[in-house]
Each structure stands twice: as structure tokens, then as C-alpha cells.
Write a protein that binds this ligand. Sequence first.
Ligand code: MRU
Length: 338
Amino acid sequence: MRHIYFDSGDNCLVLLDQRLLPGQEQWFRCAKTADVVYALQKMVVRGAPAIGVSAAYGCVLAALEVEGRMDWREILAGKTDEIAMARPTAANLVWAVKRMRDFCRDKEFSTPAELAAMWLEEARRIHREDVETNKAIGINGRDLLQDGETVMTHCNAGALATGGYGTALGVVRAAVEQGKNISVIANETRPFLQGARLTAYELAEDNISVRVACDNACAFLMQRQMVHKVLVGADRIAANGDTANKIGTYALAVLAQRHNIPFYVAAPLSTFDFSMATGKEIPIEDREPQEVRYISGQLIVPEDVDAYNFAFDVTPYELISGIITENGVLTPPLSKAG
Ligand code: MRU
């Protein structure tokens, strides 16, 4: 599923608009840095690795935008900073912008256009590598799933959340490709409904069995033994293995422990942030209350009542059975796992 690409004829980053799925498949074109920042903040594109890939292409647009400016290096640094700061929690965003900056450090170029051409190659490399990484995560995680099992997932950690294939859903895909019969329960994931809209959409497209459940049904489904494994993605993983992911993930992990259900995180190494010792240091995005107060433009709470809209929570490492990466399955706490 190609949902992010750079149109070099038009010098545009083209994104499948995830706000409109599954009802409409519309493409959102970014011609300037500001468009990319908007697309990231408004969640035209979302999911930590997809955010990283889009940010890398965004740096190319930033370089093209400063062509002809005397002080272009300074302006460009400001623009790439704007991209890196578009959302605070996903480690892959800062990781990708840093990789783009580091890439040009020892290269020869004298104009922004020359830099943009080199950066486009690097952004495409980041994109390709992300898909390869997800396939490796899939292979490393697929034997954790047995034929006939049902996996509960939260948010969307699939092809749409990455350069392609997916992390948590990549593990499901790899198990299905092995010939196993795997079913998925996609928690709907209020307020943006990534589970109901996006996970269900992409699994249905691939003919993988999927059923949507209300977020508040997960305890009941676990109690009824309808869930064999929980498998989620990650936005940032601290050095000890504490994991930030979509709000509601922590509750799922607590419930999984209560019902003796293995709880796995699938994430690339670019999601790890070893500068943070524990999850307490991870910045949690606090989004507009309007996203909670309205559904499809309809106010669903009394006019003068406010809402919380923290976008992520942190699951302590003790609740995580394993973190599936491209290098293998790590068992938290990570320092002990080496
Ligand atoms: O707010 P979002 O949709 O960007 O949040 C996405 C998630 O929480 C995903 O689970 C995470 O980024 C992993 S995506 C492979």
C-alpha cells in the first residue's frame, strides 16, 4: 500500500489523507514546509515511522524553498526545526530529521537545490529501509502467534502508520503469510478512531480477518477468553523499556496482565530513545479538546464542558512481555537484556 511518495516532477510530498479514510481516498499534496507541518499536526499522516518518513521528505521541500536566499543555511535550519517539533511524542520524527542533517555533514554542495537532490535520495532510502525493517520485525515476531489465535491491537500500527507493511500489523501479516489463520480485534481508539477507520481498512483490504470493538469492551473480551495476544506499536521507548503509545495502551497492558495474556510491543530501533532513562521523561502530546468534544462535526458534550485529550500514555516495562524489533525480541528491562 503506497500512501506516501515524493512527486519529483511537481516537487511535492503526496500523502493519502488519513483523516478521510475509510470513506474517501484523497491525496494531500505538500509543496512547502508549512504544508508538511500542517499534515503532521492535523494527522493527515500519522504513526511514528510514517511521521519520520514524511519528515525526511519534508526536509527536501524545505531545502527547495530556501533556493535563492543569501542566508539559506540559517533559514533551512529553522525550517527543519519546525518539522522536527511538529509533534512531541514520536521519537522517529526527531530521529529522521537528525539523520537528514547528519547525512549532509560530510557532503559537498553549494546550493540548496544540490542539497535537495541529495536529500531526496536519502529520504527515499529512509522510506525503503523502514519497509525492510518492518518486514524483519514481522519475521522476528511471527512465531509468537499460533495458528487460530486472535490478536487484539490498539490504534493503527500498520502500513498506514509506517513506510509500508507495519510493525504490529506487520507481525500479523507475516504470520498470515506463513499460512496461519489469525484474527484481529481492532480497538476503535477514540478520539481519532485509528483502529476503527485505519486498522480495519487496511486489514480488510488484505483479506485479514478483523473485527472492531469499542475501547471499553476490551476487559470483557479478555475475560471471555476471546483474546490470545495483545500486539501494539510504539511512539517512543525509553532506555528501560517503558513504552509510549496511543492513549489506552497502558489500560490494555494492565488488563492483559490481569488475564494472563501476553502483551507485545513491535517497533523499529528508531523508536528507542536511550537519552531517556524511563518513560517519565517522555513528552506526552496534549491535543485540542475539540477532537474529543465533537464527532463528525457534531458536539457530543454540553457546550461549556471541557475534555482531556492526551494523545499517548506510557506502559511500564514490567507489563511488556517482549519488544519485537528488527534485531530480535527484547525482554524488558532492557539493560538486563543487554
Ligand atoms: O496519534 P498517532 O495516530 O500518530 O499515534 C500512533 C500510534 O500510537 C501508533 O501505535 C505508533 O505510532 C506506532 S505506529 C507503527
